[in-house]
Write a protein that binds this ligand. Structure first.
Ligand code: NIG
Ligand code: FE
Length: 409
């Protein structure tokens, strides 16, 4: 058995309740891949033969979790960024054949190796800020082979980079051009061929759908989620990003793990998320990058105690953002979340959004030892500073993944 003891640490445990779950002068013991014990320094257990890390009052948090990304794709959309700055809207660009469909073209022509190479620096950037779990969606292939190609690349990133990757099938992200005018037929292909095949290859941890005027209707989204449930796969949905279509209520009725975006969610509909135990995933990077004005119904989410998660939504069109620390800052400045809500949003509540809260997301005994050491003395500093990366070491499942910046006295 291998043991590591962290001493003189400030822990932000993010366990039950609200707030940071802050403990000064604590120790934490890792045995193999698990957190075995944590408590005050004064009662720290004595055992020989273990590595001791004196944290010198630095902050320890759970590994960060980015629960919504589209990180695997070909090309970029910097030209559309310029068009939008000249006044075109995201929806207008999509309607004119740009948007998601232009990334689909670039993704289809890219080989799996090319997609992997292009995704590498994006994932490494997130990892450098303490990300230990990452969700990656398909959705830029939009046919069987290309969706499977994307999901395999996501699996290879997990295998080669040593972080946990959850793979989400998003075949119903946008209508591929060859199905123009036949969106119901495309949904049939998604339900009858694409999803079952990807699932049979073991490539699907959850199923997502984009319900929006520029994408699919609530009825079409419901067909996909119902099919996923027949296959006993967890579901989630992109909803109410640009308009209120009623997708969140439908997804919650299907027991969705999360509904994501939510700027146009009606406060009266928040109760259905609370009832279903569905997590609200907010994506301030897309809100910022698309220069949106309409805020998600934060007060109602708090009032109804809906868990709020945050994610980068890293993608080439609406959120080319590769920093969860920046996302935490944006959630505070743009959505007025507290720094404690922001940290919960990228740890425990993000774990819930992935259905992994029994395993990761907090510093508690028996959870997997995914731990970040930060060179700060209190957790609000993580949301407060912009453009600084105080991450000094990352342990993933009890193994040091990166401790290059950890200076041990
Ligand atoms: O989450 N909303 C839909 N999907 C992505 C955007 C993808 C794109 O524009 O390429 C999102 O914002
Ligand atoms: Fe998204």
């Amino acid at each position: 058995m291998s043991q590591t003891l962290f001493t003189n640490a400030t822990l932000a445990c993010v366990a039950g309740g609200s707030g940071f779950g802050l403990h000064d002068n604590f120790a934490l013991l890792v045995e193999d891949d698990r957190i075995a014990w944590l408590g005050p320094m004064a009662v720290c257990p004595e055992t020989a033969d273990r590595e001791i890390i004196d944290c010198e009052n630095r902050l320890l948090t759970p590994g960060l979790i980015d629960c919504h990304t589209h990180l695997v794709y070909g090309g970029d959309r910097a030209d559309e960024f310029e068009q939008r700055l000249e006044g075109a809207s995201y929806a207008e660009i999509a309607a004119a054949g740009g948007g998601i469909v232009s990334t689909v073209k670039a993704t289809r022509v890219a080989s799996a190796d090319q997609l992997f190479e292009q995704a590498l620096p994006r994932v490494r950037q997130l990892m450098s800020e303490g990300v230990t779990t990452l969700e990656i969606k398909s959705g830029y292939g939009l046919d069987c082979d290309n969706e499977i190609k994307m999901l395999r690349v996501a699996g290879r990133l997990e295998a080669e980079l040593g972080l946990r990757v959850q793979k989400t099938f998003l075949g119903a992200h946008s209508l591929p051009p060859e199905f123009d005018g036949r969106s119901d037929d495309y949904i049939s292909l998604v339900c009858e061929e694409m999803l079952p095949r990807a699932h049979a290859e073991g490539l699907v941890d959850a199923v997502d759908v984009f319900i929006e005027s520029v994408a699919f209707s609530v009825a079409q989204g419901e067909r996909v989620l119902a099919r996923a449930r027949e296959l006993e796969l967890p579901v989630k949905a992109h909803v109410e990003q640009l308009s209120d279509q009623g997708g969140a209520v439908m997804a919650a009725a299907h027991g969705a793990l999360s509904v994501d975006h939510l700027e146009y969610l009606d406060s009266d509909d928040v109760a259905s998320l609370a009832q279903a135990g569905t997590v609200a995933v907010l994506l301030p990077g897309a809100f910022y990058f698309l220069r949106e004005r309409q805020l998600p119904p934060i007060a109602a989410l708090r009032e109804q105690r809906v868990p709020i998660a945050l994610a980068s939504d890293a993608n080439p069109g609406s959120s080319p953002v590769h920093s969860l620390l920046l996302i935490m800052n944006m959630a505070c400045t743009l959505f007025r979340l507290t720094p404690a809500e922001a940290l919960r949003g990228v740890t425990l509540n993000a774990a819930r959004a992935l259905g992994l809260a029994d395993e990761i997301g907090s510093l508690e005994t028996d959870k997997q030892a995914d731990i970040v050491i930060w060179d700060v003395d209190r957790p609000s500093l993580l949301s407060y500073r912009v453009g600084m990366n105080p991450c000094v070491a990352v342990m993933q499942a009890g193994q040091w993944r990166d401790r290059n910046r950890l200076v041990i006295a």
